[in-house]
Design a protein around this ligand. Structure first.
Ligand code: SAH
Length: 334
């Protein structure tokens, strides 16, 4: 059974993958075991990358209907000094990988600030890695960021079905988003992309198409978050994404991408039912955990992509689940 699961997934057998997405109980455990073995036998073995996120700004020109960023919140943008102070503080504690994330803010001043922060910190700490997640920017801005020393960029396609994409992200198109992802790859970034599982109107076939799209791109990182109805978003009354479906999707993603970093995100937490979804993510093949210690606490509430009640993991918790998953925390893996 295990061999055929792996084979059917790697052959992109649509009907089988749809079956696997719905696996529960014993069969689901079998899928998880296959995925976990794929990771442990990969170049990464049982190492997990522990990184910090710094949420730079909630200013955004998109209007993604699932996202609450900047909605019902005062706009904020961290200054150069605030960003550098945070990076140096965390770097002195030993952190080496920084995810710089923000709304899609194309202001040249903002991009200049980020570039300066990357350059300055790399002069001070040569072994720091920057992962940028700043949305669709111009070719020139991507080049500028690359030249400032950032090596990785995350740009999720979110939903590969063109209609679903337009419905969720009315200010963009899937064609444009994919074109931006390809541009980042062409410029030599280590690129990550992915989707959201459980979006309103999303079908199982859409999820298979999302998986297929990830295999067509030269990726270093790949991800899936569970859809969380954000109180400040247009989708606030929609149903939360199914946790098992998301875990199955992530396991399949791991089997398709043995050599990619895959994050276990806070969207997997089920506080109400006391399910530690982030630990589960690590047990089924994920290998990246993000510590939310980079954003000034005063700004945290203004930067809410998931929900104001979202779980905000600190280092102690991240190290605990990495240990529980029989993994080893690392400063970076790529
Ligand atoms: N402006 C950047 C960063 C967006 S936030 C960009 O466009 O890439 C980072 C990720 O959070 C998004 O790519 C999206 O996949 C995820 N996200 C946002 N809101 C979400 C929600 N309600 N549920 C699940 N994932 C969400």
């Amino acid at each position: 059974m295990s061999n055929s699961i792996k084979e059917n997934i790697q052959n992109l057998n649509r009907e089988k993958i749809k079956e696997y997405l719905l696996f529960r109980d014993k069969e689901q455990q079998e899928l998880f075991n296959v995925a976990c073995n794929v990771r442990n036998n990969s170049i990464f073995k049982n190492n997990a990358e522990l990184r910090s996120v710094i949420e730079l700004s909630n200013v955004c020109r998109q209007a993604c209907r699932y996202c609450g960023m900047g909605k019902n919140a005062e706009p904020y943008t961290m200054s150069k000094d605030e960003i550098l102070e945070r990076i140096y503080f965390l770097a002195n504690l030993g952190r080496r990988t920084f995810l710089l994330q923000s709304g899609e803010n194309i202001s040249q001043n903002f991009i200049d600030t980020i570039c300066e922060c990357c350059q300055k910190s790399l002069e001070k700490y040569a072994d720091i890695k920057f992962v940028l997640c700043l949305g669709n920017l111009s070719d020139e801005q991507y080049v500028q960021l690359k030249d400032s020393g950032a090596t990785r960029y995350l740009l999720k396609f979110e939903a590969s079905n063109p209609e679903l994409h337009k419905y969720c992200r009315p200010n963009d198109t899937i064609e444009n988003r994919i074109e931006r992802i390809k541009k980042l790859i062409e410029l030599g970034f280590q690129v990550g992309t992915g989707n959201i599982v459980g979006l309103p109107k999303q079908t199982l076939d859409d999820l298979v198409d999302d998986l297929i799209l990830t295999t067509k791109l030269k990726l270093s990182m790949v991800s899936a978050t569970r859809f969380i109805p954000n109180d400040n978003s247009e989708f606030k009354n929609e149903k939360i994404g199914d946790l098992d479906l998301t875990l199955n999707y992530l396991a399949i993603l791991r089997i398709l991408h043995p050599e990619c970093l895959i994050p276990s995100t806070t969207s997997l937490q089920d506080i109400k039912n006391k399910i530690d979804g982030q630990l589960k993510g690590l047990l089924i093949g994920c290998n990246t955990v993000t510590v939310h210690d980079g954003t000034p606490p005063s700004e945290e509430i203004k930067y809410n992509i998931y929900s104001k009640n979202r779980y905000i993991p600190q280092e102690e918790y991240c190290r605990k689940i990495i240990k529980q998953a029989n993994m080893k925390a690392c400063a970076y893996l790529i």
